[in-house]
Design a protein around this ligand. Sequence first.
Ligand code: SF4
Length: 181
Amino acid sequence: MHHSEKKIIKEIHINPDNCNGCRACEIACAAFHAKPKYSSFNPSRARIRMVINEINDEWVAIRSGSFSKTECKGRSRYIINGKEYSECSFCSTICPDRTIFKEPDSDLPLKCDMCGEDPEQIPMCVQICSRQALTYSYREDQVHMPEEKIGQDLETGLGALTEKYGLEKIKDAVGRMVKKN
Ligand code: SF4
């Protein structure tokens, strides 16, 4: 059986050629997601991070995406407009290979939530970027998903997290979230 629903898809477009590596996007994201909101602005808690290679003049903002429990084997280099980029510059995966996108206290993955579902809510990183390196748009899409797939995705996600962090830690985190709501 299939489940179908209309969904707003929010998108952030990244133009590395316009970025100067000011890192304002990291600060705005960290502050917006701090608890309480705006109480701190530690970039290591941001869901958007800069991949910087100064020698190569490489500045790319990437958003945190899905969690992977396996180490990446890819070491590809990409040439775009004559400039060389590493694979990490375009990869949003929260992976064991790098420290970014992990909550510094608990090591739990930090995932970009586009600053909420409201399409009028422009993500904070886009609002703060004065260079048009980050731009925003949204579209409405029909999303089809088999009922059984929804349950499977949830199980796989929870299974991977439990394996990595242990059941007690996950139960604690869920308990804290339930209390807050
Ligand atoms: Fe680059 Fe814009 Fe982020 Fe500054 S705010 S680092 S220019 S993407």
